[in-house]
Structures are given as structure tokens and as C-alpha cells.
Design a protein around this ligand. Structure first.
Ligand SMILES: *Cc1c(COP(=O)(O)O)cnc(C)c1O
Length: 530
């Protein structure tokens, strides 16, 4: 490995420029595989609900062919539903040996027995939604699909707490759309104004740092920093929320990049603080990684009145390209109460904004305002997630609800944790166990690693000589391995984020080994300089 190339010219690159540069360096040797461990996109996915989607499609198209097809074979009509269930039973008899068909049969039974959804009504909703032959009505989400997704979120978000069904869901085009729509709606409804303060738990997924700074928002950001040992919220950070000028708290839980969930103790303290001192606080919790944690409890369950939940199907189901996400808000919530308490002048302005939707705009609840704002209000009648997407979302949810033994969850958690162990074993050091850890990502903290492997003297030299970024470039250039700097996520000291979601076991082994080799070379350089 050539340690003499000077990479200091790249010191001022933005996170995205840096990433491009790393890829360029990693590709500098043509025959070498590019190992991009910076990507959060999983390389595993849920199969059963995808098979079910396909088989549902076969059945749905044949239902559509039942009318108008006499005109010619390329023509069909919107199914009216009559007799559909008995034709479905026949379809199951004929094709029940196919996994996807069997899944659908069980799903209808599950929905009836466990969720009280009429079979014929659910089947009809699924068939018509698959065909995508109507606008999404209700635009927030199809009725039975909402029941299913609520049950899924109930199972995943409440942990040991009693599950509530007193909330509504808006199906969106992914977690990112959920974030965009929520910020937009809070602004248009005067719940947030330019210059307001918002608190963000950091280090965090960068969009949460960037959205508040957009020129249309211009929010003043207050960071609540996780401690960098346990990745929990210290009391003095929570105390910052006592400032009534802070309107909104944004939390990613389990955190990205730290990939540790808030502990029960952290949740208790935060919940008590909000209940007693800041009952007016808006909270947005992004629980995209909750399903990978053990015994996960969301702030949505813990502080139901104040909290809006952002969920995404992207990571857990390996479905980033499907664009499936959700926003959930409890019936009794701080957002609606804040709308109620707006000054009269602002209420009048909002009456006008929503006048095209109903003669009684003040009765439009916050979550339905999010739906309207997702299409600039005026186009509310065509709002809503595309119906085939809602079908896949419902089938993803059902696959977990029906998985009584938690096989899929065990497989998802198992694969990332095995990769974690492989990575650290090959680095030659193993972090202490922590039940709050999720291991979707891991932060390779160069100072901690360096101290463990070579002692504090080496770490002091490494920092003073500013080798952190140099390390990333060198690793990319010499091995083809790309890691993202934790600094892009606002991590203070030298650390790099490794995603455990998107490479093979073998490749994590390689990354562990190559990283160790490179660190050993820095150590030689350090020794030579003593
Ligand atoms: C990946 C990720 C998302 C993105 O979700 P999409 O549904 O793919 O838009 C949202 N939040 C966090 C914290 C993420 O890591």
C-alpha cells in the first residue's frame, strides 16, 4: 500500500462530493470489486409477500376480464365483486400449492379472525387496488388496508406496552415523503414558523439537519446530543427542552448512524419530562429501524399525545424502490389541539386555505391536512399513495402479523448481527454487548479502535496528524472498500459508519481485515516517527 499519496486536497468536500470521490478512488483498479459499505439499502428482502402480490395479480386480472372482454381479448372492466369470494376459493383449490396463493388464503382468514375484516370486502379491496383502476379513496388510505397496517404498527411499536388502536395512518411514498409532508403541513398550518426553534437528537440521518435550514423553513436548530458511549440521551440534553421556544423535537429511534435504540430508562425520563413540563411539545419520531431492535418501544407508544410516527417499509422488507411509508397520529393529539388554539386571524386564513375541501374546514384534522398538503390542497381529490403500492404494503404487514414464531424478524436481525460479529472478529476486537444495540449500522470509532489495538499514544498522533479522512481515501484507493464518515452525520470525533445491511458476509470479513491492515500500517508510520 502506498502511504505517500497526499489526500489533503480533498479536505473541504461536502458529504456527497466526498462519497463520489471515494467511489472514484475505489474504482481506480478496474478488476477489483467495489465494496460500498456506506449504503443503508439492504441486500436482503421479504419474499413471501412479494409472491402473494404476484398471485393476487393473476387473480385480479382474471376478475377484470369477466366484463367487457367479449369486445376483444385486450379489454376488461372494473370488477363488481359479486361472487368473487367463491371464485377465489376455487382459485385456491386449484393453485393452493403455490406459496403466494396459500399466503393470500391465510391472509384473508387472518384478517377476518384477528382483525374483524369481512373476507369478501377485503378481497374486493385487494383486487381493485391491485388493478389500480380507481383513484385512491379515501385518499389517506384504503379502509381495510389501514386496519392491517395499524395492527402491524401496533405489534412493532408498542413493545411491552398495551397496544392502542386509537390512531390513524396515512400511507405515503416512503419515510422521506412522510418527513416532507409533515414539515410542509406544520408550516402551512402555523404550527411552525420561520425562526422557531426545533430540537434534533444528534448525531442523526443528515436530512434532519438539512430540512430545518432550508430557506423556506429557516428553523433554529438545538441539538440534543446522544452520549457517545451508550448512545443515550443525558438528562442535561433533555433539560434543553424546557425552553418553550422549542416547538418540535425530532428523534430517529433507533438512531442512524449509531444504530442503538433509546433505552427504557431514556424513554421513561423523556416521557416524564414531556408530560410534566412540555405537554405542548410536538414530537416526530422516525422509527424506520424499530423492527430490527429487541423489545422496541416507540415514543409513539410512550408519549402518544405528543408524537407523530414516521415509519418506512424500505429497510425491513428490502423495499426501498417500492417507496412505502406511513405517518401515524393518535386520535387525541397535540397537533389538533394546537390548531384549535391558533389565534382567530390564523384560523380564518386556514379556513380559506381549506375551503375547497369542505364547508367546515376547522374540522379537518391534522392528519387529513397532511394528506391535503401532500397535493397542495387544490389537488386533494387525487391525493393518496398509489393503490398497488398500498397492496404491497398491506401484504408486507400481513406477512409479519401472520408470522407467529417471528421467523422473518429472527432472520433479519440474525443476518445483520452475524455480519457485525464477522466484521469485528476480523478487526481483532469485539465491542461489549449492549441489549439496546441494533447493528443495522456500526460506527467504527477510530480513536476507540486505535486505543484498544495500539494505545493512547497512537490515537493522539492519529488525531494530531489528522488521519481520519486520509484513512477513508486510503482504504478506498488501496482496497476498494468505501466507508462513509460519521462526520457527515455530525459525529464529533473520527469515526466511520459501516452499514451491515448491504454486503455479503465474505465482504464484511474483507472489510474487517483490510481495515485492520491499514490501521497496522498507520501504526508502523507512528512508530517510525517516534
Ligand atoms: C433510510 C431512512 C429513511 C428513508 O426511508 P424511505 O422510506 O426509503 O424514504 C428515513 N429515515 C431514516 C432514519 C432512514 O435511515
Amino acid at each position: 500500500m502506498n502511504m505517500n499519496i497526499d489526500f489533503s486536497q480533498y479536505a473541504q468536500l461536502s458529504p456527497f462530493e466526498l462519497k463520489d470521490k471515494l467511489i472514484e478512488l475505489a474504482q481506480s483498479e478496474p478488476d477489483r470489486p467495489l465494496l460500498d459499505a456506506g449504503r443503508g439499502n439492504p441486500n436482503f428482502m421479504a419474499i413471501a409477500p412479494r409472491r402473494a402480490f404476484l398471485r393476487l395479480g393473476d387473480f385480479a386480472v382474471s376478475e377484470a376480464e369477466r366484463t367487457y372482454s367479449y369486445l376483444n381479448s385486450h379489454f376488461g372492466g372494473i370488477p363488481d365483486g359479486e361472487g368473487m369470494l367463491s371464485r377465489f376459493d376455487t382459485y385456491v383449490q386449484q393453485h393452493g400449492h403455490l406459496e403466494g396463493v396459500h399466503f393470500l388464503d391465510r391472509a384473508l382468514a387472518y384478517a377476518k379472525d384477528r382483525l374483524g375484516i369481512d373476507k369478501q370486502a377485503f378481497l374486493s379491496e385487494l383486487v381493485n387496488a391491485f388493478l389500480g383502476c380507481n383513484y385512491p379513496v379515501p385518499p389517506r388510505m384504503l379502509t381495510h388496508m389501514e386496519t392491517v397496517v395499524k395492527a402491524y404498527l401496533g405489534e412493532e411499536m408498542y413493545g411491552h406496552l398495551p397496544v392502542s388502536n386509537q390512531f390513524d395512518v396515512f400511507a405515503t411514498e416512503g419515510g422521506t415523503a412522510s418527513m416532507t409532508y409533515t414539515f410542509q403541513t406544520m408550516f402551512k398550518n402555523r404550527l411552525l414558523k420561520q425562526g422557531d426553534k426545533i430540537a434534533v437528537v444528534t448525531p442523526v440521518f443528515t436530512p434532519y439537519l438539512e430540512i430545518p435550514e432550508l430557506e423556506e423553513y429557516q428553523l433554529e436548530m438545538v441539538e440534543l446530543r446522544l452520549d457517545e458511549e451508550q448512545w443515550q440521551l443525558p438528562m442535561e440534553e433533555i433539560e434543553k427542552l424546557a425552553d418553550p421556544a422549542i416547538k418540535l423535537l425530532c428523534v430517529v429511534n433507533p438512531a442512524n448512524p449509531a444504530s442503538v435504540k433509546l433505552s427504557d430508562a431514556s424513554l421513561d425520563i423523556l416521557a416524564e419530562f414531556v408530560e410534566q413540563r412540555r405537554n405542548d411539545l410536538f414530537i416526530v419520531t422516525d422509527d424506520v429501524y424499530g423492527t430490527f431492535a429487541d423489545d422496541f418501544v416507540s415514543l409513539f407508544a410512550k408519549v402518544p399525545y405528543n408524537t407523530l410516527c414516521v415509519y418506512s417499509f424500505s429497510k425491513y422488507f428490502g423495499a426501498t424502490g417500492w417507496r412505502l411509508g406511513a405517518i401515524a397520529v393518535h386520535h387525541d393529539n397535540v397537533f389538533d389541539d394546537a390548531l384549535e388554539s391558533l389565534p382567530m386571524a390564523e384560523k380564518r386564513a386556514l379556513d380559506e386555505r381549506y375551503a375547497s375541501l369542505t364547508p367546515t374546514p376547522r374540522e379537518i384534522r391534522f392528519i387529513d391536512r397532511i394528506v391535503a398538503e401532500s397535493r397542495s390542497v387544490a389537488l386533494n381529490h387525487t391525493a393518496g399513495l398509489s393503490l398497488p403500492q398500498q397492496v404491497q404494503m398491506g401484504l408486507f404487514s400481513l406477512s409479519c402479523l401472520m408470522d407467529a414464531d417471528g421467523e422473518y424478524k429472527a432472520a433479519c436481525k440474525g443476518i445483520i448481527r452475524q455480519r457485525y460479529n464477522t466484521l469485528y472478529k476480523n478487526l481483532g476486537t469485539m465491542p461489549e454487548a449492549d441489549s439496546n444495540r441494533v447493528d443495522y449500522y456500526t460506527l467504527l470509532e477510530l480513536d476507540v479502535l486505535g486505543r484498544q489495538l495500539y494505545g493512547q499514544g497512537f490515537v493522539d498522533w492519529f488525531k494530531a496528524a489528522n488521519k481520519g479522512q486520509d484513512f477513508l481515501f486510503r482504504l478506498a484507493a488501496s482496497t476498494g472498500v468505501i466507508l462513509l464518515p460519521g462526520k457527515g452525520f455530525d459525529v464529533v470525533h473520527g469515526s466511520v459508519r459501516v452499514s451491515l445491511a448491504n454486503l455479503t458476509h465474505y465482504e464484511y470479513e474483507l472489510i474487517g481485515r483490510e481495515t485492520r491492515t491499514l490501521l497496522d500500517q498507520y501504526f508502523s508510520e507512528y512508530q517510525a516517527n517516534q
